[in-house]
Design a protein around this ligand. Structure first.
Ligand code: NI
Ligand code: MN
Length: 226
């Protein structure tokens, strides 16, 4: 059993019933989040890049739970300077964890450090293996052809793809990404949090109509089992 919960924007909690992780924990200041950072109970935090809407509540959650921050080398250094435990990785690398594994993928975006003008390393996506399932969180990215390679080399159960446009892929490019990735399920993210990334979900669903992937649109705070 692998359960996934959506907190809006790019933030998801994933559990296999024993191990709990959170991806891009932007809760305080996230108008769609229904959970408080202090209520999150996880052992690992996966952070795709340094922007505030992804790094978010990483320090609070890491300190409260003595959780390990899994992220790129530069952000792991940033985490370390704040006294947090971090596991440094980088693009193309995979590492094993008690819950399974994480591999960082490319993402075309920026990655300054949250609340500063420092360099946060390359933005990334993450292929997460947990409970025998493969989840691909694309991070913030534009469409790229190498998604085809990610789809060829991985049997993706769930792809979490940004569709908000403006800062990331919009619905048309995200639908093309689904074609490349060939996931069993796709859940859109990084839309509607702010006016600048408002999207018509019906439009996205329509674009996926001819593809085999099942589109699962998640309400804020809702969960489902993979
Ligand atoms: Ni970003
Ligand atoms: Mn973002």
């Amino acid at each position: 059993m692998v359960k996934i919960t959506y907190h809006g924007h790019a933030c998801f909690e994933v559990t296999d019933g024993t191990h709990n992780l959170i991806i891009d924990p932007f809760l305080e200041g996230n108008p769609s989040a229904t959970k408080k950072a202090d209520d999150v109970k996880v052992g690992w935090i996966v952070v795709t890049h340094g922007h505030g809407d992804h790094w978010g509540d990483t320090p609070t959650i890491a300190k409260n739970n003595n959780a390990t921050v899994i992220t790129n080398f530069e952000l792991s250094e940033f985490a370390g300077k704040q006294g947090l435990t971090a596991h440094p990785m980088h693009i193309g690398g995979r590492a094993d964890f008690p819950f399974g594994s994480v591999k960082l993928t490319i993402a075309h975006h920026g990655s300054t450090l949250a609340n500063s003008d420092g360099y946060g390393g390359s933005p990334a996506g993450a292929l997460i293996n947990i409970g025998g399932k493969t989840i691909y969180h694309a991070g913030d990215t534009g469409l790229f052809l190498d998604m085809q390679l990610i789809g060829d080399m991985n049997d993706i159960d769930l792809a979490l793809l940004p569709i908000g446009d403006n800062f990331t892929m919009g619905p048309v490019d995200a639908a093309k990404a689904v074609e490349f990735l060939k996931p069993k399920k796709v859940t859109p993210m990084h839309y509607d949090t702010f006016d600048i990334i408002k999207q018509d979900l019906k439009e996205f669903e329509k674009l996926l109509a001819d593809l085999p992937a099942e589109c699962v649109i998640m309400k804020y705070g809702s969960s489902y089992e993979l």
